[in-house]
Design a protein around this ligand. Structure first.
Ligand code: DX5
Ligand code: ZN
Length: 227
């Protein structure tokens, strides 16, 4: 079962962003956390930095928008060249229209759920999206402890995807490291964001390899693998 690793540059050295992005060249995605200090209590970066990241990597860019009013802003990230754009279910006013706009702009459409947001109300939206992001910390900061309490929701998300035969990836983000990634893969995740685990290490590329190896081993024989 194919798994994908998406290092989050939130924990990178922003002053050396091109080098930091190059340090994880074996990854599947570069995960870019956009925060606006409204939807979450933190401010990070926006379109100009996404443009710079795109210039310095051949990897596809995965934008995770933790912003109010994604209906207004998300499509510009797709138009800039982000291969995936994820917006939060709690923030979107018209998620179906927005997902269609993102796809029309050439990106994959991702829908993110905060830890306390149930997945079931979004079951009928699965044909409209390409990835479901189940947050495993409260969005806003890197380096927070993993929330095991969210794992049953990862499992339910995978069941909905499998039972409906949807081509939707299940992504986890927050507190994912070598200790927690197996639990995520077992529950049904196939795309793994890791920030501090990767950029806090002396050899980020080696951590990416180890994370991929662990997750693949679990996913290969997981209950959801051969649906
Ligand atoms: C948190 C962000 C994450 C963050 C994860 O709101 O969405 O992508 O970078 O960082 P770690 O892996 O350190 O929990
Ligand atoms: Zn993120």
């Amino acid at each position: 079962m194919e798994v994908q690793i998406a290092p989050s540059i939130l924990s990178a050295d922003f002053g050396r962003l091109a080098d930091e992005v190059a340090a994880v060249g074996d990854a599947d995605w570069i995960h870019v956390d956009v925060m606006d200090n409204h939807f979450v209590p933190n401010l990070t970066l926006g379109l100009p930095v996404v443009h710079s990241v795109l210039k310095h990597t051949a990897l596809p860019v995965d934008c995770h928008l933790m912003i109010a009013d994604p209906d207004r802003w998300a499509t510009s990230y797709a138009e800039a060249g982000a291969r995936n754009v994820t917006f939060h279910a709690e923030a979107a006013h018209a998620p179906i229209r927005l997902a269609r706009d993102l796809r029309a702009a050439g990106a994959r459409a991702g829908l993110a759920l905060k830890p306390a947001t149930p997945v079931e109300p979004f079951a009928d939206l699965l044909p409209e999206i390409d990835m479901l992001l189940v947050m495993t910390v409260e969005p806003g900061f890197g380096g927070q402890p993993f929330l095991d309490v969210v794992l049953p929701k990862v499992r339910r998300a995978r069941e909905l995807v499998r039972d409906g035969n949807h081509a939707v990836w299940v992504q986890v983000d927050g507190g994912v490291d070598e200790q927690t990634i197996d639990r995520c893969a077992e529950a049904g995740a196939d795309v793994f964001v890791a920030g501090s685990a990767v950029y806090g290490a002396d050899d980020p590329a080696e951590v990416v390899r180890r994370l991929r190896q662990s997750a693949s081993a679990v996913a290969d024989s997981a209950w959801w693998a051969h649906a």
